[in-house]
Design a protein around this ligand. Structure first.
Ligand SMILES: Cc1ncc(COP(=O)(O)O)c(C=O)c1O
Length: 450
């Protein structure tokens, strides 16, 4: 058997993040204000520090990673690139399968890669508190931990359905000093309004974002932090793909296809964008975002200006969307229950430069179990989406005899998702149909622009 782990030294952690905007054929579409006109950076200063706003609008190819951020990332980076020999053998495929193991971060997922710089830049700007949202709890855990590293108080609005499904995620956030509220909550006007109409509302990422933005906008000492979607978040995550490229060079290999689960797009952008740089330079590589069939933003959504949150507090962003008030079914991959997608990922998809597939819930758990039994690590339900698509391709290779190199991002472990695995083993998980009517109804409420 050839080598399994491809490791880098701490000194090989990238010194700069990669900004895909520099290699996009067209400039990114601007965010719009309530009047339908492009907003300037000043419109965001109520909730973000200027350093992050500058990154949000930058077209520079390389952006330096501050030394204190690199020192904090040293706690768990570089993350290993693993050749999945045992999965290959279990599938009987001639394909070579590799995965980047982002589950080694303290909070258990890739989300820490941006939580650390976001906490750092806010602390530098004199901010004392961060308000944020979380779906499955991965982002909230990452932000609680990063708040602890840089001495910030962190308040987290956790989508109700995940709050109930994953109680130990809350314990984890509290261990790092975070304060957690089930969203919709009584802490904000947005939450109170929703609960007055529907006391059993299950919440959604869009709604939790509204609560966190409302809190951040109403207090001088508080800023907002988002775990995905925005350009600066995707920028921070490129550390994954940049490391992976160095590791593939050590392995003497290069991926034909890259797979990543896609909720708001930061995990996909993080692993895929550094490879997009090669694609833009003429290299042949396919970059595939994988999403749930029950929340099929890229594959079934509309490319239009929409709000990032349910209440309509955020600027309008041009993205694939299912409508900002779309309420996705309560699938166990809580981190993929988002109505929109990163504007950068959306634009690249719209221009046919990246691909997307949607996979149903049961098939993702089946893939996750196959992976766990072969490779040992129990993946997060979100990661199971990429594993499903990668296994499907490996099985195609088995049919055709092709020896493709397949690479996916293991975005997180599933140690706090075992109740979901229990339900899968007990035959209690369901495949939700594509919620066509709900999506149509929601798309009818898209804001009118221009
Ligand atoms: C483990 C894991 N993987 C993937 C995702 C999706 O990431 P993104 O929203 O950046 O697309 C999430 C989001 O919460 C997650 O927790």
């Amino acid at each position: 058997m050839s080598q399994t782990k491809f490791l880098l030294d701490e000194s090989e952690i990238p010194t700069h993040w990669y900004n895909v905007v520099a290699d996009m054929p067209n400039p990114p579409t601007p965010p719009l204000g309530p009047d339908g006109k492009p907003i300037g950076p000043e419109a965001l200063t109520a909730i973000f520090p200027m350093s992050l706003i500058e990154q949000e609008v930058s077209a520079e190819r390389w952006i330096a990673i501050p030394e204190p951020v690199r020192e904090a990332l040293n706690m768990y980076r570089p993350s290993p690139l693993i050749r999945a020999h045992r999965l290959e053998a279990a599938l009987g495929t001639p394909a070579r399968i590799y995965y980047k193991n982002e589950s080694v971060s303290p909070a258990g997922s890739h989300k820490v890669n941006t939580a650390i710089p976001q906490a750092y830049y806010n602390q530098q700007a004199g901010i004392k508190r961060i308000a944020t949202e979380t779906g499955a709890g991965q982002w909230g855990s990452a932000m609680s931990f990063a708040g602890q590293v840089f001495g910030l108080e962190v308040r987290i609005f956790m989508v109700r359905v995940s709050y109930d499904q994953k109680p130990f995620r809350r314990s984890m956030m509290e261990t790092w000093g975070g304060q957690v509220f089930a969203s919709p909550s009584m802490e904000t006007q947005t939450g109170r309004d929703v609960l007055a109409k529907d006391p059993n509302n299950q919440g959604s990422l869009g709604m939790a974002i509204s609560e966190a933005v409302e809190e951040a906008a109403s207090r001088q000492d508080t800023n907002y932090a988002l775990g995905s979607v925005l350009n600066h978040v995707l920028l921070h995550q490129t550390i994954i793909g940049l490391e992976a490229k160095k590791q593939f060079a050590k392995a003497g290999d290069y991926p034909d296809m890259v797979f990543a689960p896609c909720g708001g797009g930061s995990n996909f952008g993080g692993v895929a964008f550094p490879f997009f740089a090669d694609k833009a330079a003429g290299k042949k590589i396919r970059l595939v975002a994988v999403e749930p069939t029950s929340c099929p933003t890229l594959t079934k959504g509309t490319y239009a200006y929409d709000f990032g949150d349910t209440a309509g507090f955020t600027p309008l962003m041009k993205m694939y969307t299912l409508g900002h008030d779309f309420m996705p079914p309560g699938i166990h991959a809580g981190g993929l229950r988002y109505h929109g997608d990163s504007p950068l990922v959306s634009q690249l998809y719209h221009e046919g430069l990246i691909e997307a597939v949607a996979v149903p819930q049961l098939a993702t758990f089946e893939a996750g179990v196959t992976f766990a039994r072969a490779e040992g690590i129990i993946p997060a339900p979100e990661s199971n989406h990429a594993i499903r698509a990668c296994i499907d391709e490996a099985l195609c290779c088995k049919q055709t005899g092709e020896k493709k190199t397949l690479f996916f991002n293991l975005s997180g472990h599933g140690h706090f998702d075992m109740a979901s695995y229990d339900r899968y083993f007990a035959g209690q998980l369901e495949d939700f149909n594509y919620p066509e009517e709900a999506i149509h109804a929601s798309l009818a409420n898209l804001p009118k622009v221009g």
